[in-house]
Design a protein around this ligand. Structure first.
Ligand SMILES: Nc1ncnc2c1ncn2[C@@H]1O[C@H](COP(=O)(O)OP(=O)(O)OP(=O)(O)O)[C@@H](O)[C@H]1O
Ligand SMILES: CC(C)(CO)[C@@H](O)C(=O)NCCC(=O)O
Ligand SMILES: [K+]
Length: 248
């Protein structure tokens, strides 16, 4: 059993897979290291190995690794920046600066698309990355995701206040908002969808029709309907993690 972790800015996504590329046995989303330990302890059989990707600080990532080896006696393989993996070449001037969640998502995207692809990840931040047919990463874009847009509006205005339950209800439709919560929630979704559409336009200009669009991240479903031909792959970062950290 392999424990796989994607440590994002807001949440830790975890799952247990049977062998390197095989079946998913369990999985979940937690908001702290402690909650992760509790979730893994509740499993019928403990993991024997672990691989993870983190966009957190080195200290935070190390302390999570230490916690896992303390509780489960497993060694932890941590995804590292790379100039290339297989035929995919990191497009940053300084390859170490490219966020590892982006790097793994685009490795996974190219692996699945087997050709030119546009990979978009809608998490705390929204990210888009372009990989050409020969595996060259052309670079990408980063902007605030849904959680950051919404919290900026709530924090920097006096009269935007609403709870999470009404936010969820507001997204049952995309017609112009008739209350604050509808106006903000739907407005932010439009921002994400507009971001996605403009990336696709750019990909069209570069590659014509010959490319695949892949969507991932917790808020990918909010964008999906605006991008009818996209493939939604919730575990895209894990696909890349298996390629960057082979355990077999
Ligand atoms: N089951 C879920 N668990 C957690 N977040 C979810 C879930 N479903 C949807 N979301 C939404 O997904 C967003 C967070 O996405 P994700 O978990 O991909 O972020 P992250 O990995 O912490 O951030 P980033 O990828 O930018 O580092 C939030 O807006 C959250 O409300
Ligand atoms: C952009 C985020 C925060 C998204 O999780 C992450 O990929 C990151 O910390 N990246 C480093 C900066 C960069 O990718 O240029
Ligand atoms: K992520």
């Amino acid at each position: 059993m392999i424990l796989e972790l994607d440590c994002g800015n807001s949440f830790i996504k975890w799952r247990i897979v049977r062998s390197a590329f095989a079946t998913i046995v369990a999985g979940g989303v937690v908001d702290s290291d402690q909650a992760l330990v509790v979730a893994i302890k509740a499993l019928a059989s403990p993991p024997e190995r672990c691989r993870l990707v983190s966009v957190r600080s080195e200290e935070e990532t190390e302390s999570l690794g230490a916690l896992l080896s303390q509780h489960f006696g497993i060694s932890v393989m941590v995804a590292q920046p790379a100039r290339e993996v297989g035929s995919v070449r990191n497009g940053y001037d300084d390859y170490q600066r490219l966020g590892l969640d982006r790097w793994l998502a685009l490795l996974g995207g190219y692996h699945l698309a087997k050709g030119a692809c546009l990979v978009m990840d809608f998490g705390t931040a929204a990210k888009a990355d372009f990989v050409a047919a020969d595996g060259e990463h052309l670079g990408g874009y980063i902007c605030p995701g849904m959680p950051l847009m919404r919290s900026q509006l709530r924090t920097h205005t006096r009269r935007i206040r609403y709870d999470d339950a009404s936010a969820e209800r507001a997204l049952s439709s995309m017609t112009p908002g008739r209350s604050t919560v509808e106006a903000v929630e739907r407005g932010c979704v439009h921002m994400l969808q507009g971001f996605a559409r403009s990336q696709i336009e750019y990909a069209h200009a570069l590659w014509g029709e010959g490319f695949t669009v892949l969507l991932t991240g917790g808020d990918a479903p909010l964008v999906q309907e605006a991008v009818p031909h996209a493939r939604v792959v919730p575990d895209l970062v894990f696909v890349g993690l298996a390629l960057a950290c082979p355990l077999d």
